[in-house]
Design a protein around this ligand. Structure first.
Ligand code: COA
Length: 261
């Protein structure tokens, strides 16, 4: 169902109480540009305000990708200050999801890279399809994750796996993501919506006030000053030749040659 409020999101219902939000830029593998990020923030806020809806499921349009990252064509020209601001703005959207008083489930249906993995990790629960590939490849662009990935991946997968995934930039498949604690469940693609609905229904039968306070209490266990550090360092990298080379190489469909400056 298309929603007149949004250019890049589709909204529908799995039941009267369960909202399905689909990020819909399939030609760009649902990459997050500024407009998509702003629309997601708006959608989460209106879901939170709704008196009928109790759980939201977020997924990506098409069979190939959940979200293939922040939109690299928007990143490539950022100055240091613009980079830091973009990172802080992206972090704010992800925190809006994480601190939402109602549960948000990511249905990771294919590539969840960079900002896509960060979006999934900001959700309260994650179901992956068997073809999912989850990773933070920013170092291959001369960058670091900037939407909270350096903070949330270690919480889910532990410091050693997070270091490995962020420093190599290599994604993990769905079964490894399950083993590392990054996702809650892995299901065949044709059963994914049903699985998300079932998980939502297991929550909906409980007291909504208790659910909301449980989310708040769990989130309170993870205060982090690291988000500010992440945004500052993301901005610093935007002022480097390596960042121009990394993002330029992606857009020109060639291999990056980094010089370390
Ligand atoms: N930002 C902007 N555009 C993106 C994108 C992103 N993060 N990810 C994919 N796209 C675009 C491609 O440029 C391409 O557009 P085009 O058809 O106009 O050239 C389209 O989406 C399809 O992607 P393509 O690379 O042709 O698909 P593929 O199947 O060969 O590869 C991926 C899929 C996900 C491996 C590859 O698109 C990729 O590496 N994307 C970037 C991942 C990334 O680094 N994300 C972190 C960003 S911070």
């Amino acid at each position: 169902m298309s929603d007149p409020h949004f250019s890049h999101l589709l909204t529908g219902n799995l039941t009267d109480e369960i909202l399905l939000l689909t990020i819909n830029r399939p030609g760009k593998l649902n990459a997050l540009n500024r407009e998509v990020l702003a629309e997601i923030e708006q959608a989460v806020r209106s879901f939170e305000d709704s008196s009928e809806l109790l759980v939201m499921v977020i997924t990506g349009a098409g069979e190939k990708a959940f979200v293939a990252g922040a939109d690299i064509s928007e990143l490539s020209t950022l100055s240091q200050a613009e980079g830091e601001n973009l990172s802080a703005a992206g972090q704010r959207v992800m925190s809006t999801i994480e601190l939402c008083s109602k549960p948000v489930i990511a249905l990771v249906n294919g590539y969840a890279l960079g900002g896509g993995a960060e979006l999934a990790m900001a959700c309260h629960l994650r179901i992956a399809t068997e073809n999912a590939l989850i990773g933070l490849p920013e170092v291959s662009l001369g960058l670091i994750p900037g939407y909270g990935g350096t903070q949330r991946l270690p919480r889910l997968a532990g410091r050693a796996r997070a270091m490995e995934m962020i420093l190599t930039g290599e994604p993990v498949n769905a079964s490894d993501a399950l083993m590392y604690g990054i996702v809650n469940d892995v299901v065949p693609a044709d059963q994914a919506l049903e699985a998300a609905k079932k998980m939502a229904e297991r929550i909906v039968k409980n007291g909504p006030l208790a659910i909301s306070k449980a989310i708040r209490a769990i989130s309170a266990a993870y205060p982090s000053r690291g988000f500010t550090t992440e945004a500052v360092l993301f901005g610093e990298l935007c002022a480097t030749d390596d960042f121009r080379e990394g993002t330029g190489a992606f857009l020109e469909k060639r291999k990056a040659v980094f010089k370390g400056r």
